[in-house]
Design a binder for this molecule. Structure first.
Ligand code: CUA
Length: 190
């Protein structure tokens, strides 16, 4: 009886060892796969860096260049292109309110003066990270007129939840009429 117990114990030990070895193989394969992915992506990105990286000195934003206060907001260029420039800083956007046309391509150019902020326009796909030192840019077309919220969606400090602005998407003819009266189009009535 005693020897049968011993052989049963030996058998279950063999089963356990086999199971442990199987799992060790599985874990080993996962580790090798992850390492291979790391090597591949790092070589791949080193060989093919993102094609367009624009940098800017965040300490000089207010003093000169594209992001001085008078240049912020929405402009309709002579070429008919709509460009919005804005700055994110703890804890507000500058400007706090934007006016953009519906049904027309709008190019956003934005950056941050301090921490990493998030920029999103309501329920649209206008969504980008604002990183100090880099200019984020994208072009989108808003399908519908209406007001959208523009919250910061990246935790940027104790005032993060109070950091939001508004975007007024207005019909294109109304926008063109407003833009015709001046260089920029803002929420403040002129
Ligand atoms: Cu800025 Cu969160």
């Amino acid at each position: 009886m005693k020897s049968m117990d011993a052989s049963a114990a030996h058998r279950s030990e063999l089963v356990a060892v086999a199971a442990e070895r199987r799992w060790a193989y599985v874990v080993g394969i996962i580790i090798v796969l992850l390492l291979a992915m790391m090597v591949f992506t790092s070589l791949h990105w080193a060989a093919m860096p993102p094609s367009r990286v624009e940098t800017i000195d965040p300490r000089k934003l207010h003093i000169s260049g594209e992001f001085v206060e008078g240049n912020l907001g929405t402009t309709l260029g002579a070429d008919g292109k709509v460009v919005v420039r804005l700055i994110a800083q703890q804890y507000s956007f500058e400007p706090q309110c934007l006016v953009v046309p519906a049904e027309m391509p709008v190019t956003f150019r934005a950056t941050s003066t301090d921490a990493i902020h998030g920029f999103v326009v309501g329920t649209t796909n206008a969504n980008v990270m604002l990183v100090p030192g880099f200019i984020a840019t994208f072009t989108t077309t808003f399908k519908k007129a209406g007001e959208q919220l523009m919250p910061c969606h990246e935790y940027c400090g104790t005032g993060h939840e109070a950091m939001w602005g508004r975007v007024q998407v207005i019909p294109p003819d109304e926008f063109l009429a407003k833009a015709g009266r001046g260089e920029g189009v803002s929420c403040v009535p002129r």
